[in-house]
Design a protein around this ligand. Sequence first.
Ligand code: NAP
Length: 544
Amino acid sequence: MTRTDQKSDFDIIIVGAGFAGLYMLHRAHEMGLSARVFEAGDNVGGTWYWNRYPGARCDAESLAYSFSFDSDLEQEWQWTERYATQAEILAYAEHVADRFDLRRHISFESTVDGARYDDSTNLWSVTVDTGEVASAPFLIMATGCLSVPLVPDIEGLENYKGKRYQASLWPHESVDFSNQTIGVIGTGSSAIQAIPVIAQQAEHLTVFQRTPNFSVPAVNASLDDSWVGAFKKNYREHRRFHKLGLSSGFGDLEIEARERQPDAMTAEGLSDAEFDAMIEARWEQGGAYILGTIADTLANETTNARFADFVHRKIRDIVDDPATADALCPTSHPIGTKRICVDTDYYATYNRPNVDLVNLREEPIIRITETGIQLPKRHVAFDTLVLATGFDAMTGALLKMNIQGSNGQKLKDKWAEGPRTYLGLMMAGFPNLFTITGPGSPSVLSNMLVSIEQHVDFIISLITHMRDKNSSRIETSLQAEDQWVNHVNDIANATLFPKGGSWYLGANIPGKPRVFMPYAAGVGVYREVCDEVAADNYRGFILS
Ligand code: NAP
C-alpha cells in the first residue's frame, strides 16, 4: 500500500479495533490508503472483547447486528441464536479481521494517550503508551460509546478482601461461582443479563439495587436453518429497512421485509384492553422493539405511564414476594428513557430461594467492608463482589486521551460544558479528526452496526471528496456545530428522554455536564440529513 502523504507515517490512524475500527480499516484499504489501528486489548472486538460477564449477549437480533457491506460475509456467516452470545460475536469480529486481512495493520496492547494536530503540516501526531509516536493526516476515533468502565466511588471499596470483578473488564478464564456467595452492585443491562446466570450457579446471591430498570423478555431461541435461509434470501431488503425504515435500526425479524409502522401512532382512543393487547403481543414476541408498538411512547407522558403500568403489572405477576416486586418496579423514570433492558428470566430469578434483593433506596450502602457491604442496620457478607456499575459513556474514551486540535485547543476544554459536534462526526477546531458514532449522532439509540457503517461510509466519501478537490484539511465551522447542537437538543426536548436521568445524559457520573448526547430522530432521518449535506457540497464542512 502506498502512502499518499510521504511526510507522515500513515494516511490514517484509527483508534480502536472494535467493529468501527475494523470497518474503517477495511474501507481505507479499499481506497488505497495506508492505515494503522491502535488497540488497547490483545485482540479485536472492542466491547465484545472486554464484556465477558456471565450471560453477556447482544440485545439486538444477530441477523441485524452484523455487517451488511459484504454479501458473501452475511450469507456465509452462521448465527446460531436470535441474540448472539458475547463469544459468538467476538468470533464474528475475529472472522471479519481474518477474512479481510486486517490484523497485520493493528497494533495490539497499544493505548493511545494523546493526539496533537500540527497546523503547519496538517498532520496528527499520536502518542501511544508503548512509547510509539505515529503521524497521519487523518485521525479516526473508533473508541466506542461504552468503553470506559465506571468504578463506583463507594467508601471502603479498596478494603474489600474477597474476589472482585467488574462486568466490563471480565477475566478471560471462566469464573466458577459454585459454592460461592455473591454480591452484585447494579441493575442495568449488564447486571440484568448476569444475575440469572450467576443465581443458577451460586450458593447465594444478593443484588444491591439503587434504581430499578424496565426489562422485557428477550425470547431468545436457536435459529432455525430454513427460517434463516428465507431471511437471507431477502437480506438486501431487510438491510434497507434497518437503515431507513426503523428509528433504531433493528427489530425486524419478519421474513418478508416490509415497511412496518407502529401498531398505533398514539394511544389516544385506545381502550385499556386494546392497549394491553397490543403490548402483550410484542411482549410475547420479545425484544426491545416492544417500545415501537405505539409511536408516541417516548413523547407522550400519558402513553408512557400506561406502558410503564403494563410492565409493572408483569413484574408483579412474575415476582412472588410483593415487597420485592414493588422494589423492582421502576417509578423514577419514564419507560425507555433509560436504555430498556432485554432479559432471560430476570424477574423470575427473584423467586429463587438463593436470591435476595437489597433496595438501596431504603437501605443505603454505608461502606464496603473487608467481607461484604455494611447497610444501616445489618451487614451482608459474601465471597465475591461483582460490579455492574456501567460506563463513562460516549465522551469518556475521547476525554481520557489528551487531544489537542488546531492552535493547541484541548478537547477537554472545548467539551467542558458537554460534547459539541457537527453531525456527531467532527468538532470545530479539530481538523481532519472524525468520531465514529460520536455524540450528536444516533449512536447508542441505534443498532450500532447500522450507525458504524453509515459513519464510515460518510467519512470515506468525504476523504474522496477532499482528494477530488486536492484538499488536505477539512474542518467544521463553529456555526455548523452550534446549529447542529441546537437541533440535537430540540429533538431531545421534544421527547421524554431528558427526564430519564440516564447515562445518555451523563447523569451517572458525578460532576459530568448533563447534556443529552445521542441524536434522537432515528437512523433513517439522520441518514437523510447526512445525504442532503453531502449532496449540498458537504454543507458545514470547510475544505482548505
Ligand atoms: P448501567 O445501565 O449504567 O447500569 C449501572 C448500574 O449500576 C445501575 O443500576 C446503577 O444504578 C448502578 N450503580 C452505579 N453506581 C452505583 C453506586 N455507587 N451504588 C449503587 N449502584 C450503582 O450500566 P450497564 O448495565 O453496564 O449498561 C450500560 C449500557 O451498556 C446499556 O444501557 C446498554 O446500552 C449497553 N449494554 C448492552 C448490552 C446488550 O446488548 N445486551 C448488555 C449490557 C450493556 P443507578 O441507575 O441508580 O445509577
